[in-house]
Write a protein that binds this ligand. Structure first.
Ligand SMILES: [Zn+2]
Length: 578
């Protein structure tokens, strides 16, 4: 099936490594540092590159520079460095990956001295199928074909976040969670050309991440995220260059770098500063390309700063924010589409060979039922959907079953659920209290909610509930000492901004001043608390003290339903059952 899809595409893709002229620029240092008393290579690497293991990059780069510049130290033993020695801090840049793409030229492409290139930009795509009637990879494929028919030099780009979070990714197929396998399969069928990494790529385990990249037929690139030791991931380049040829035989060369924010510090990843990394790659690319593009996964404020710092950038295709947006900084457009391909940006670039300038016209396109499914991509999507649904059925859910019709917007975005109460976070807390008979209060961590999206008012299915709480888990009642409860509630507030921020039912008050069902918390008392089983494992950040095993302040009493079952019941209680 995959071969059929590839045959239908006019894209020929070959990868070669950059020539020596480009490679030479790469020997430059990101920064030079002078060794201070007390420094070791490990502490310098940690400080400059975020990982002590990256000291090997510093040794290699310093020795390489010492060969031609005697102001640099020569390091023969990494355990011995002297104060005053000058070292080269390099991010271990490899030569740019040159992607040769030849698309069949078509007459309307070229008029006189110009060449047209089109990008189809998507970002933050976790769902293969439409959400709330919008999006869907099969529709994107049709759109891509239409654009390619109009301009053969059309390329699809994902500005980060694909492998996670998604409910389907948590489904177990053949005993293993899909963990983004379904998204890679869908994007391979769609024939996604280029992608940079987003923070959610690192939600999954290292083996899963490496496997996904290996399975992917997309050209991935990122300029500021590396393995823990500071070296690049296999099959991910740090930037890329490709050329297109128009029907008049004129070439245009495009260079791309990719930078991302470090909001998901997984233990197998190290980051360098996105602005410094962008600067280093822009320096390498700018003299070798006609058009310079940043594909980013940053906040809009960071994207605007980036565009302001480096006027050489012609276009920034960004992600991370889930709402569509466009900003211009000094004439450079920064585009973001809506999450889950509810919209896509179609960006037409016209390169003028005479003036060496580029005109950029972005158009936001709604991805709706007006665009028919591409049948081949739809069949791939449906295959994986059915695989995942079988996994959920094995756990006792019927994903397609309608739960109720909600009349509120259910805000499950990370920015909200890790910082404040929303209608959704409160319904979940209430559902735990309803489900766990005899409990005084309920509490759970905001990180249990993984949808990172808002469900609009309207019908909601069991699959939507799985999207909200993909990992589920049992509700447990425990007897907890008042002092332990006080400590837990205080810490829950202090965890604002991260997944261990706590949501509660039956509790009111603020740090150090809590009430349980209207009465001041008695630190000498005992309370019956409904809590999600994950917190009792002691694995939650800053809440390790909730580990139940051998804990004199926590006494497990009873196990109740899965969180998702409780939520289904609570939604029906609040909005009516159908
Ligand atoms: Zn993101």
């Amino acid at each position: 099936m995959k071969n059929l899809i590839r045959l239908s595409s006019p894209v020929l893709l070959t990868l070669v490594w950059g020539g020596s002229a480009l490679a030479q620029n790469m020997d430059g240092c990101q920064a030079s540092v002078t060794v201070q008393p007390g420094d070791t290579l490990g502490t310098i690497a940690k400080r400059e590159l975020g990982s002590s293991a990256a000291y090997t990059n510093i040794v290699a780069a310093t020795n390489r520079n010492a060969a031609t510049d005697s102001s640099f130290a020569t390091i023969s033993n990494p355990n011995v460095i002297e104060p005053g020695q000058k070292l080269c801090v390099a991010i271990g840049m490899s030569p740019p990956r040159v992607v040769e793409r030849t698309k069949a030229p078509a007459p309307p492409l070229n008029s006189g001295n110009t060449t047209n290139i089109t990008f189809l930009q998507i970002n933050d795509v976790y769902e293969m199928t439409p959400v709330g009637g919008q999006g869907g990879v099969a529709r994107l494929a049709t759109l891509d074909k239409e654009l390619t028919a109009r301009n053969p030099n059309t390329f699809s780009v994902l500005s980060g976040d694909l492998f996670s979070p998604s409910a389907l990714g948590t489904a177990k197929v053949d005993g293993e969670r899909l963990a983004g396998k379904q998204m890679v399969a869908a994007m391979n069928a769609f024939d996604l050309d280029f992608a940079t990494l987003g923070n959610h790529e690192f939600d999954i385990k290292e083996e899963q991440f490496l496997e996904r990249i290996k399975e992917s037929e997309t050209q991935w690139f990122v300029s500021n995220a590396f393995k823990k030791d500071g070296t690049p991931f296999d099959n991910i380049s740090q930037n890329l260059i490709f050329s297109v040829t128009d029907n008049a035989g004129q070439d245009v060369t495009v260079g791309m770098f990719g930078v991302m924010l470090d909001s998901n510090p997984a233990d197998y990843v190290s980051y360098t500063d996105p602005f410094e990394a962008a600067g280093a790659h822009i320096n390498v690319l700018k003299d070798n390309v006609d058009i310079l593009i940043g594909v980013t996964h940053l906040s809009m404020a960071q994207d605007m700063k980036l565009a302001g710092m480096y006027p050489d950038i012609d276009l920034i295709m960004g992600g991370h924010e889930h709402e569509n947006a466009i900003e211009y900084v000094g004439g450079t457009p920064i585009t973001k589409a809506d999450a889950n391909a509810r919209t896509a940006y179609i960006i037409d670039l016209t390169y003028d060979h005479g003036s060496d300038s580029v005109t950029i016209k972005p158009t936001l396109k709604q991805v709706t039922a007006d665009i028919p499914d591409d049948p081949v991509v739809a069949s791939v999507v449906n295959f994986w959907l059915e695989q995942a649904f079988e996994g959920f059925r094995a756990q006792g859910f019927e994903p397609t079953k309608r739960v109720t019709n909600v009349t509120d917007a259910l805000d499950g975005t990370e920015a909200s659920v890790r910082n404040k109460t929303t209608v959704l976070t409160q319904i979940i807390a209430d559902s735990m209290l309803s489900n766990a008979s005899g409990a005084d209060i309920a509490l759970y961590n905001g990180g249990s909610i993984r949808i990172d999206d808002t469900i609009a008012p309207g019908p909601i299915t069991e699959y939507d509930v799985i999207r909200i709480l993909p990992f589920g888990g049992a509700i447990i009642t425990v007897d907890m000492t008042g002092s332990m409860l006080q400590r837990t509630l205080d810490q829950g507030v202090k965890n604002s901004g991260i997944g261990s921020y706590l949501h509660t039912a039956g509790v009111s008050g603020t740090l150090g001043n809590w009430s349980v069902n209207g009465t001041a918390l008695d630190s000498g008392g005992t309370y019956t608390v409904a809590i999600n089983d994950f917190l009792l494992t002691g694995y939650e950040q800053n809440l390790e003290f909730l580990k139940a095993e051998g804990n004199p302040d926590i006494n497990q009493k009873a196990t109740h339903d899965d969180l998702r079952k409780a939520l289904i019941t609570e939604l029906q209680k609040k909005y009516g059952s159908e």
